[in-house]
Structure formats: C-alpha cells, structure tokens
Design a protein around this ligand. Structure first.
Ligand code: AMP
Ligand code: GLY
Length: 430
C-alpha cells in the first residue's frame, strides 16, 4: 500500500524574491519533501529548514536540467515571469522534468500587453478599451482623440513599472517620449498600449490552472503605490492581504465565469493550454469588473499572505496540476485573515540604498512569518540587496488583527533606510 512506500521528494524553486521564499517555505512543510533547493534564493531561504540555495545561471537552461537530473528533482516551481516568458517550462518539460509553470506561448498573456488585450477581445473577456502602437508619431496623434486620464503602457515586461497613468495630454506625450524615444523600458517599450482609465477597486484573483481545470486560491488585494493612501509611483507591491472583502461570493463566481473560464478555454483553443498560477488583476466598480492585466505567475507580495493561509499541500497541488488530476486536489484554507507588509529600502521604486546590514529579533510564531525578499547572507550576516527587502506577514481573527500583528513583526526588523507603508490593509478594513 501507499503508506509503506517512503516517498522522498526533491523540489527546486526558481527565483529569489519574497514569493519564492514563501513557496520554498511552504513546500518544505510537506513530510514527503526532503530538500527544497532555491536558485538563486535569498538569505531567508538560506536560513530555512530543509531549504538550501544553489547558484545556477537562470539563462542556462541546460545547467538547470543538469541539476534536476543529478539531484533527482521531482518538482520544479518557477516563480518569476522572466524565465517563463523565456521558455524555461517548455524546455524542462521536454526533458521529462516535472515543471510547474506555463509554456512560453501561454506566458505571452503577461509577456505582451498587446497579445493579452487582443486575446481579451477575441474571447469576450471584459477589459478597458485600448489601441496599440509601434511608433511615436502615430501614438502621439492618438492622444488628440482620447479622453483623460488615460493609461500608457509599455508592451513588454517592465517589472510592474511600465504603466503610466496620465492626467492630461502633456503627461501622456511625455510618457510616450520616455518609452519610445528615451527607451525607459528598453525593448519592452518597442510597442505601447494606450488604454482607457478605469475607476474602481483592484483585486488579485489567482488560481492554479491545468488545461481545462481551475482551482481558485484564496482572494487577495495588494497595494501597488509606494505611498500611504495609494499615492506616488507604482511598485511591484507594498503589501497585500487575504481574503479580499471586495470579492464576495457573487463577484468570485463572476470572475470565474467571465474571466478565468474563457481564458482557460481560449488558451486551449489557441493550442497553448495553461499550466501554472494564473493571476488576473481585476478592477471592480459598481458590481462590474474589467481585467487590468494577467500575470503568468503567483503575485508578489500576494503569495506571502495567501500561502500563510493555505493548510493543504502546495507540492500536491502542483503535482496534481502537472499530472492533469487537479480534480483530486482538496484545498483547505485557514479561516483567519492574513496581512503582509513589505519593508523596502530607501529610494525604492527608484534608485535605492543597498548592502545594509539587517538586525533581526526572533519574533516568529505559528501566526507570523517574516519572508525575505531582497536579502543575501554574507558571513552569517543578513544584508539588504534589493528594493523590497522583507514581507512581514501575519494571521489574525480579522483583517484588523492580522494588520496589527504584521506591524508588530515589522518592528522586529531594522536596517538603514528601511521604510514601509503604515496603512496596508486599510481598503479592506474601512
Ligand atoms: P498593469 O501592470 O497593467 O496591471 O498595471 C499596473 C497598475 O496600474 C494596475 O495594478 C493599476 O493600479 C494601474 N492600472 C493599469 N491599467 C489601468 C487602467 N486602465 N485604469 C486604471 N488603472 C490602471
Ligand atoms: N503584486 C503584483 C504582482 O505580483 O504583479
């Protein structure tokens, strides 16, 4: 019988952010999992039980394959969008390595705004009106015929920073100049999407999708702007919480019916069935919704509060998805709320301070977890190495209690130039 069979699994997580720390931490909790390797990882993964960092060049697919074969890796989870858009999942799968993450073709949902917008139209998925341009003059002429505010987006991957909300024609013109002429986002800006500005409240709807099956994860919301009250520059996300009160049962069903199902079917129709985390950023207004964007991966920082609430196995979820048996997975969620507060480095999301020594008090408990993001371990010291450095994540009976606990955990961390938003979760508490 199965119980006499000792299964020892080796897992490889690709990436180095807070999301990857959370994925590795959760995977390591499985009794069946012997080792979780993270490439390249951060100080948090280096210090985690059963978890170890390894240095492999993420662009060297053959080296990753080689590692997987040598270590008998039974599951690869790819965290960030870049290797997915570069085709790492296709490559590893073609070598017979169990890999959780969409194909290069399916990852175009995030890799190209034009691709995703055209896809939404083709499959009747609600989204903001838009036009797409590949030269400055034509795009600039378009500014004469639209309403303001408007939204200018670089077509390709820009680490969450390629979206500029423009209050008037001059700002929009400046944004086009930045993207096309000054190449602020490099090749990602060879094309630009100009789309209607949408009012409302955003939510992150993240599911595991495998071909024609969907397992929705707990709902969440993040705070993208750097400043309190959601003002200032957009970042990768300054904090998140789960569940998202705005996604009630009706809205949940609506997102499944109007967004996730048609996307899953559309991808099958296009010959690129999905496998992996699929993240729809939606704008909700007056009970209606529109899709802002798709991501072909788990959100960061949404992963951290969501995984703190996941009681069932992450590894099993990924394996069932890969083996086309997703219907067998029974997800179990902690009823409590969770809140994650990002601690960032002075200057982020622009040029930021780095290489500062971190002082940490041990404050971890069953209901709190300090996830690392931009940290490295040097001579047993935790040093800062990124814009977003930690995500202090905690559970509570309600969002307010989760928020209070998360800020208690924030205070256990100190380094030069550390800052966080003091209002993470307010939209869900109000
Ligand atoms: P995206 O990467 O397309 O999701 O854009 C990043 C962020 O910019 C979103 O999370 C929104 O906060 C904002 N945004 C993007 N598109 C729009 C839009 N059409 N209307 C209003 N805000 C938007
Ligand atoms: N937190 C938003 C994202 O992961 O893109």
């Amino acid at each position: 019988s199965l119980s006499t069979l000792v299964i020892v699994m080796q897992v490889l997580v690709i990436g180095s952010g807070g999301r990857e720390h959370a994925l590795a931490w959760k995977a390591a909790q499985d009794n069946d999992v012997e080792n979780v390797y993270v490439s390249p990882g951060n100080a948090g993964t280096a210090l985690e039980e059963k978890v170890q960092n390894i240095e492999i060049d993420i662009n060297d697919f053959a080296a990753i394959e080689n590692f997987c074969v040598t270590k008998k890796i039974g599951l690869v989870i790819i965290g960030p969008e870049k290797p997915l858009v570069d085709g790492l999942s296709d490559f590893l799968q073609s070598k017979g390595i169990k890999t959780f993450g969409p194909s290069q073709a399916a990852a175009q949902l995030e890799g190209s705004k034009t691709f995703s917008k055209d896809f939404f139209i083709k499959y009747g998925i609600p989204t903001a009106g838009y036009s797409s341009f590949d030269d400055f003059e034509t795009a600039k002429a378009h500014l004469e015929v639209i309403d303001y505010p408007t939204v200018v987006k670089a077509d390709g991957l820009a680490a969450g920073k390629g979206v500029i909300i423009c209050g008037n024609k001059d700002e929009a013109s400046e944004a086009l100049k930045n993207i096309f002429q000054d190449q602020a986002f490099g090749e990602a800006g060879n094309r630009v999407v100009i789309e209607d500005f949408l009012k409302g409240e955003e939510a992150s709807f993240i599911a595991v999708v495998s071909k024609d099956k969907i397992v929705p994860l707990a709902t969440s919301q993040d705070h993208k702007a750097v400043g309190e009250g959601d003002v200032g520059l957009n970042t990768g996300g300054m904090g998140a919480y789960s569940p998202a009160p705005i996604v009630d049962a009706r809205m949940h069903q609506k997102i499944l019916d109007e967004v996730m199902e048609p996307t899953m079917k559309g991808l099958i129709n296009e010959g690129s069935p999905y496998l992996g985390f699929l993240y729809a950023g939606v704008m909700i207004y007056n009970g209606e919704l529109k899709v802002l964007e798709f991501n072909c991966r788990f959100g960061d920082p949404e992963t951290q509060p969501i995984l703190l609430r996941l009681k069932s196995s992450l590894v099993q979820l990924c394996l069932y998805a890969i083996d086309d048996k997703l219907e067998l997975y029974e997800s179990e969620w902690d009823k409590r709320h969770s809140c994650g507060v990002v601690i960032a480095s002075e200057g982020y999301p622009e040029k930021y301070l780095s290489n500062q020594e971190v002082e940490l008090q041990e404050l971890q408990s069953d209901t709190m977890k300090l996830f690392h993001a931009g940290t490295t371990l040097e001579n047993n010291k935790v040093m800062t190495s990124g814009g977003r450095v930690f995500c202090a994540t905690a559970l509570g009976a309600n969002l307010k209690e989760a928020q209070t606990a998360a800020y208690t955990l924030v205070h256990s961390v100190s380094f030069n130039g550390a800052f966080c938003r003091t209002d993470i979760g307010y939209k869900g508490i109000k």
